[in-house]
Write a protein that binds this ligand. Sequence first.
Ligand SMILES: Cc1cc2nc3c(=O)[nH]c(=O)nc-3n(C[C@H](O)[C@H](O)[C@H](O)COP(=O)(O)O)c2cc1C
Length: 359
Amino acid sequence: MPGNQSWQRYDWRRSYAWNYARFPEPASIEVPRVAGSWEYCGLPVDSPLGVPAGPLLNRGWCLYYASLGFDVLTYKTVRSRSHGCYDLPNLQPVEVMQPLTGGESRLSACDMMHGSWAVSFGMPSRSPDEWRADVEQTRNELPQGKLLSVSVVATTQPGWSIKEVAEDYALCARWAVDSGADCVETNFSCPNVSTCDGQLYQEPDAAGYVASTVRQAIGNVPYIIKVGHLRTRVTGEGLLDAVAPYADAIAMTNSIATTVQNTDRKLLFDGQKRGICGAAISAASIEQTHWMCQLIGQREENVRLIGVGGVRSLVEVNAYMDAGAHAVQLATAAMMDPEIGLRLRRAMAHDTWRSRRIS
Ligand SMILES: Cc1cc2nc3c(=O)[nH]c(=O)nc-3n(C[C@H](O)[C@H](O)[C@H](O)COP(=O)(O)O)c2cc1C
């Protein structure tokens, strides 16, 4: 039972393939109901709590976290062809003295996980045949009240035009919908890849073009765009104007990118930046959610926000929702502490939380 049980975790010292093959069984446990009624991009759902693209490698991981109180399950980003994973470390804990602002150029690696890490997978993907069958089975086995969102990315080839990139995103998005996904998310923000799909959120025209192509491919299915840390409001304005006609929601933020050094001051990851995720990014991400919400209000756009980054207690859940997020998702904290969804739900079942949220 809660408190006494040790929940199986993703083994962050081991590879993507190792963890892919060793998903836990769903937990048999009563999950507290969250007060109020909720929607995710217009679809009814039991709570605003979800897991973003990353920890849920396949059906087994989706069903496990669904059983632990998460209602929006985002299937880890998939592609139009199979794609390998970067070498270990895929997850490198880092020392962080103060909340990241995006101005940092270098962090130090450490052995123990204290709440933040550099993420370095390179968005591996199983072949479309494999992930499409797995998505279909996942949707069939997810209980009512839960939503399956599938994250997709283009696999940019040398010399591709933005039209080809957009078509590859759209192909994956369509496949996800055909396989039963309730929502589709396009990742416009992977700091760990050097191709243009990793930085689309910084290029409003390209982002808008891809978003319009994806929208055409998926009809009315709820569509989320995942973005990274925006250094200026001006970039945010451009991005919002470009994607608002097509997207139901923007999820922020993916991470904050820096280089990472070891104890000898030697740079890891061949000196390339990696996305820092976890506690260190919550302040910057909540702030970005806040000002993006203001921009949406000023423009009277009908775009929702999804708060991602550093959520580890009810404090961050409330802060994201106060900043304007309609849903909140946890990756790092849920990986380190799978029971966190149950604890959050116990607090969110409480009348005082309900009146705070719906008053
Ligand atoms: C293990 C891991 C894998 C991730 N893989 C993806 C991915 O495939 N696609 C994506 O859009 N984001 C990915 N992310 C980023 C998360 O979706 C999320 O934006 C980030 O971890 C910040 O949330 P957190 O602070 O709760 O971890 C990954 C994060 C982690 C920790």
